[in-house]
Design a protein around this ligand. Sequence first.
Ligand code: S3P
Length: 471
Amino acid sequence: MNQGPIRNGHLNRGAPCHRAGALSKTGAEMPSFTFTSRPALTGTLRVPGDKSISHRALMFAGLAVGESRITGLLEGEDVLATAAAMRQLGADIVRGADGTWRVRGAGLGSLLEPRQALDMGNSGTSTRLMMGLLASHGLTATFTGDASLSGRPMNRVIDPLSRMGASFEASSGGTLPLMLRGASPAVPITYRLPVASAQVKSAVLLAGLNTPGITRVIEPVATRDHTERMLTGFGATLEIGEENGPNGPERVIAIHGEADLRPLDVVVPSDPSSAAFFIVAALLLPGSDLVIENVGLNATRAGIVTVLRQMGGDITELERREVGGEPVADLRVRHSALTGIDVDPAIVPSMVDEFPVLFVAAALAKGTTRTSGLDELRVKESDRLAAMASALTAAGAIVEEQEDGLIITGSDGEPLRGTANAKVKTHLDHRIAMAMAVAGLVSRDGVTVDDTAPIATSFPTFMQLLTGDAV
Ligand code: S3P
């Protein structure tokens, strides 16, 4: 029988895990780690703040005139890269001893030219949103990033921002390092998104903030709407409507330029993308009964909960409420026997970051799970279809890689074989590392992840929460 959740309790300590260091080609430390089976997850836990919302809170506060306060900010490396970049642009950003961040904005239109290259680390969101922001300011900036970010496509933002008047010198293939020259004044455009991407949408809207007139983005498929929600809170004028497109209704977002942003106090809910690792772990580990507090459940982000429920996952929402303009709830997750399904491609944008861990759930389900429409996964921090196909196969799962998805035949609850000491490659991708950590918990011989360092980009407390042991 399941144990009831223990309020204010701690997670059970995991079985011993092992770590070993190695050096990457550049000499940076690559801490590998073996994740092994562990007892049920019970009790209550809270995962850190939402990464998407944290980036936006720092950026928009950095544009407002006056002081904004942010609580619950994710203090992961990606968000810290955004904070560092906003400081270089003239925002005054301080973290208080109580964890509240205070931001005195530089003011829209008054950003400073950065003296050094903006180092975006591993963060695509920081890069693409910041490129939008700077595209309508009359300054020059250089963007750099790590090996993963330097391989990711930037033409998807370079194209619309060039139409608004900005110019770019990018590395071959439209990648970082790149130099941007902003336009002042920029030209408003109407842009129909060729890929379902909240980053591209946000880049154009942020450029539109400091552009005379009205800039419009047409979204054939709705993507996460944190930019729209939060910019409204900071005092920008946005109109959101619907128009008929070639394949049905499309979302149209119009932003009025030359806005005056006023400061706002932002409370950041917990990140559903981080919660997803614990949701799947609790569903898979027999006897688990876990409450994950304060999880953001914006409909444009909550697809993973819908899909796991369709597979038979017992996930209930306790105390649905609003935090910082976003719907949240505590999620109670109990161990469940999962069944494979065909995942509707229409749900992909609302769970685009959760597929790595969904694949782990599918590998333990009864029957076959088919996914499609996942082309975008190939251009995330890694090629997530290839990385997960190879990592799960190495751990003993039955996986067929297709052009735009994976087909996974599950083990019907039997533990995976595991990789023992053979290391699975995470390719500088935090979500591959965490998904394969979850796979390790439900394996016989453990799963060794080659490099756990990238986990700190989005979920710095992951290892402590999962193993009850500081890394
Ligand atoms: C994000 C949008 C998504 C997501 C990323 C965060 C955002 O990227 O994968 O982790 O905060 O806007 P795309 O817009 O490229 O789909």
